[in-house]
Ligand binder design. Structure first.
Ligand SMILES: [Zn+2]
Length: 686
C-alpha cells in the first residue's frame, strides 16, 4: 500500500504505527564502554564446505553457524538482524537508560524523567500486582454503560485513540494523489490474529491456533475478573465473519484500490453504524478521506449492526484487554506471552522482566532514547560515507536503466528522472519530537502506556489536512532496518543498520558490497517494484510508463511470482509469490546493483587478493549470505509466510542468487547446481 513503507527486514511498517526495534553505531568509536567486539568480515568457520555451494549456498556459507546457533528459548528467530537488534537494545540502549536512571530529581518532562519513570513503572512489580486490573476498570465500566449502537460507535472512536481496534483503522499519511499534503486514510481493521487467512485456512496448524485463541480469550477474561463467561468462541466467530469481508494482504498491495471520497458520502456508506460519531470521537474532521475498500465499510458496518449489542461490547472489552495485557499483573502478562509468544511464534520462554522493560521503553519512547543513542554512537563522519555509497549505487542504477532491453527510451527518461529525485536520510533525524507534555509516573505502567499510545495517535491524527513534514522519520535511529517511502521518494538508513555485519569499516570491499551496498540497492529498487513503480518521483500515484513498457514490467513481475510460488518452505507450504514480489524484486535488484557497483569500483585497479582462499566475486556472495543467515522456529516461519512481504531468509539467499548469472560464474563455472536457474528462464529486471 502507498501508506506503508518498504523495509529490508521484517513486516511492513505503517507510518501511523511507529514502533522502534533496537539500537546502534556506524563507525564503532570505541570511546563507548560497551565496546563492540571486532567482527571478522566473514568468518569461514561458519561455513559447511561439505555442501556444494551451487546446490544450497545458504547451507554452504552458513551451515556451521546455523548448527551452532539454534534459536534461543526467548526468541522466535535468530540471525544477523535479530542478533544485532538484541545487542543494540541490551547493551547500548540499556547503557543509555541506566545513565538516565542515575539522574536524581530529573525535571518533569525531561528525557531522564520520561524514560526513567516509564522504566521504573515497568519494573515496579509490587505496584503492578497490587493494582491488578483496577487501572482498566473505569474503561470497562464505560463499555458496560453503552446502551445503543450510537454510543457504541462513539466509544469505539474514543478507544481507537488508545490503541483498541474496531473494524476500521484511521490514520493520517501523505495523500497518494498529492504527496505534499496529509490526508485521513480509512482501512480495514479488527482481526486479533492479524490476517484473514488465520480465520479461513483449514490446515492443522491454523485449526490449532484458532482453538488456542478461544482458550486464550476465555482465560484472559477470567483472569481479569470480567463477568463475561467464556466469550472466546463468540469473539472468534465474530472476527471470522469480519475476516470474510476483508481484502487479503495480496489484494491490499495495490495502491489503486484507494478512492478519495467526501466524508459526507463516507458516513452514508454505513447507515446502520454511526461513522460520523466515530470520526467525531477520534477527533478528526476532514472534508475528504482516502478509502481502502468501499464494499467493506458497507458490509462490515451492516454485519456488526446485526450482531447483539452485548457481543459487540464484549468484543470491545477484548480489544482493550488484548492491547494492555502486557501492562497488567503477572498471570495476565504470562498468559498473553503463552499465546502471542509461544502459540503464535514458537518462542518458548519469556524474556526477563528487565529485558521486557527495555523493549517496551524503546518501543514507546524510542525517539528520546534514540536522540541520545545517535549522539553517542553515530559520528557525523559516518553520514558522509553512507551518502557516498548511495550515490555510487544510484550511478550504477542509472547506467543499468539506460541499457535495459525491455524498456523504451520514453520510459527510461522518466525512470531516470525518478532516480535522480530520490532523497536520502541517514543515521538519525535533524529534528526530534517533543514528548515533554506526556504524563509519565514511576508507579503507573498501564496509564503510562496508554498516555504514550494516545500521544502517538494525536501526533499522527493532528496532521490530517496539513503539509507533510519531509524531515520526519518512520524508524528510530537505533533500529536495525531500512526503508523506502514512496510518498517522499526517499530511502532511509537508521544508524542501527550501519554496523557489522552489514557495514564493517574493517572489511574488504566485497563483503560490504554484499552487505550494506546491497541493502541500499534493495531500498532504491523499491522505488521501481510492483508498488513503487506506480508512483512518480514526487511521490504521486501517476502512471509514467508507456503501455508497452508497463506490460513488459508486469510480465517480468509475473515470472518472479511464479518462480517464488514454486518454492516450498516445508512440505505443502509454499512461499506466497504475489505477497512477496515487491521484496523479491528489490532483493534481486539490490544484489544486481551492488555487484555492478563493486565491479565498477574495481575498474582500472589491480585484482584484489584472495582472502581465505576466496576471490572477491565469491566473497561478495558470502557477504550477502552472511546478512541473511538465520534460524527460525516452525511457528514463526509459518506465521511469516502468511503475513511477511519478505521471503524467508533461506530463499533471500538461494532463490535470489540462483537467478543471478554472476553468482553462477563466480561459484559454479560448470553451470551445474540445484539452485541455478537456466539462462533461458532467468528474470532480469534491473
Ligand atoms: Zn524491502
Amino acid at each position: 500500500m502507498a501508506h506503508s513503507t518498504h523495509t529490508v527486514f521484517g513486516g511492513t511498517l505503517f507510518l501511523s504505527l511507529l514502533v522502534g526495534l533496537s539500537a546502534c553505531t556506524n563507525q564503532p568509536k570505541m570511546t563507548d564502554t560497551s565496546a563492540t567486539p571486532k567482527v571478522a568480515a566473514f568468518d569461514v568457520s561458519t561455513m559447511d564446505t561439505t555442501v556444494n555451494p551451487c546446490d544450497d549456498f545458504d547451507r554452504f556459507a552458513n551451515g556451521t553457524w546455523k548448527d551452532r546457533n539454534p534459536v534461543p528459548s526467548t526468541e522466535s528467530r535468530w540471525g544477523a538482524f535479530t542478533i544485532l537488534a538484541k545487542e543494540n537494545l541490551e547493551v547500548k540502549v540499556k547503557g543509555i537508560i541506566d545513565t538516565l536512571l542515575g539522574e536524581p530529581e530529573a525535571p518533569k518532562g525531561s528525557t531522564a524523567q520520561l524514560v526513567g519513570d516509564f522504566f521504573r513503572s515497568y519494573m515496579d512489580t509490587a505496584k503492578i500486582e497490587e493494582l491488578g486490573t483496577t487501572p482498566l476498570q473505569p474503561f470497562m465500566e464505560r463499555i458496560d454503560a453503552v446502551g445503543d449502537m450510537k454510543a457504541y460507535a462513539a466509544l469505539a472512536g474514543e478507544y481507537a485513540r488508545i490503541g483498541a481496534s474496531n473494524f476500521i483503522g484511521l490514520y493520517a499519511d501523505a495523500d497518494m494523489h498529492n504527496s505534499r499534503m496529509n490526508i485521513l486514510y480509512s482501512v480495514q481493521d479488527g482481526l486479533s490474529l492479524g490476517e484473514r487467512s488465520y480465520y479461513e485456512k483449514t490446515d492443522s496448524a491454523m485449526v490449532h491456533i484458532r482453538a488456542e485463541f478461544v482458550q486464550h480469550v476465555d482465560k484472559l477474561f477470567s483472569l481479569a475478573g470480567l463477568p463475561e463467561k467464556e466469550p472466546g468462541k463468540a469473539i472468534l466467530d465474530l472476527e471470522t465473519g469480519l475476516a470474510k469481508l476483508q481484502l487479503t494482504n495480496v489484494e491490499r498491495r495495490d495502491p489503486d484500490i484507494f478512492t478519495k471520497i467526501p466524508v459526507a458520502d463516507y458516513v452514508k456508506l454505513a447507515p446502520e453504524f454511526d461513522l460520523a460519531g466515530l470520526l467525531k470521537a477520534v477527533q478528526v474532521a476532514p472534508d475528504t478521506l482516502l478509502l481502502e475498500n468501499r464494499a467493506y465499510v458497507q458490509k462490515a458496518s451492516a454485519y456488526l449492526a446485526a450482531q447483539p449489542l452485548p457481543l459487540l461490547k464484549t468484543w470491545m472489552k477484548w480489544q482493550l484487554l488484548d492491547t494492555y495485557a502486557n501492562t497488567l499483573n503477572k498471570t495476565i502478562a504470562d498468559e498473553n506471552f503463552r499465546f502471542r509468544g509461544t502459540v503464535m511464534s514458537g518462542t518458548k520462554e519469556q524474556k526477563t522482566r528487565e529485558l521486557r522493560a527495555l523493549r517496551a521503553t524503546d518501543n514507546l519512547l524510542g525517539e528520546p532514547v534514540g536522540k541520545l543513542y545517535a549522539e553517542k554512537f553515530f559520528p557525523p563522519s559516518s553520514r558522509k560515507k553512507v551518502e557516498d555509497m548511495i550515490e555510487n549505487v544510484r550511478a550504477v542504477y542509472g547506467e543499468h536503466i539506460k541499457t535495459l532491453a525491455w524498456m523504451s527510451a520514453a520510459t527510461k527518461e522518466k525512470a531516470l528522472e525518478k532516480l535522480a529525485a530520490f532523497t536520502t536520510k541517514i543515521g538519525y533525524p535533524d529534528t526530534w519530537k517533543d514528548y515533554s507534555m506526556v504524563d509519565i509516573r514511576p508507579d503507573a505502567l498501564l496509564r503510562n502506556t496508554m498516555n504514550l499510545i494516545e500521544w502517538r495517535s494525536n501526533d499522527n491524527l493532528q496532521r490530517v489536512g496539513k503539509p507533510v513534514d519531509p524531515k520526519e522519520w518512520g524508524m528510530t535511529p537505533q533500529t536495525v532496518n531500512a526503508y523506502y517511502n514512496p510518498s517522499l521518494n526517499e530511502v532511509v538508513f537508521p544508524a542501527g543498520i550501519l554496523q557489522p555485519p552489514f557495514f564493517n569499516p574493517d572489511a574488504d570491499d566485497a563483503i560490504n558490497y554484499g552487505g550494506i551496498i546491497a541493502v541500499i540497492g534493495h531500498e532504491l529498487t523499491h522505488g521501481f517494484d510492483d508498488q513503487g513503480a506506480k508512483f512518480d518521483g514526487q511521490g504521486n500515484l501517476v502512471n509514467w510508463w508507456t503501455d508497452a513498457d508497463k506490460a513488459n514490467f508486469d510480465s517480468l513481475a509475473q515470472r518472479m511470482i511464479a518462480y517464488y510460488d514454486a518454492l516450498e518452505v516445508e512440505p505443502g507450504v509454499h512461499v506466497k509469490g504475489a505477497l512477496t514480489v515487491g521484496e523479491n524484486i528489490a532483493d534481486l535488484g539490490g544484489v544486481t546493483l551492488a555487484y555492478g557497483a563493486l565491479v565498477r569500483s574495481l575498474q582500472g585497479k589491480p585484482e584484489p587478493a584472495k582472502i581465505d582462499g576466496y576471490n572477491w566475486k565469491q566473497r561478495f556472495f558470502l557477504g550477502w549470505a552472511q546478512v541473511w543467515r538465520a534460524n527460525i522456529t516452525d511457528a514463526a516461519r509459518r506465521r511469516l509466510v502468511e503475513v511477511d512481504p519478505h521471503s524467508p531468509a533461506h530463499f533471500r539467499i538461494n532463490a535470489v542468487l540462483g537467478q543471478f548469472k554472476p553468482f553462477e560464474q563466480a561459484w559454479c563455472p560448470d553451470g551445474k547446481g540445484a539452485m541455478l536457474v537456466p539462462d533461458s528462464e532467468r528474470v532480469v529486471i534491473w
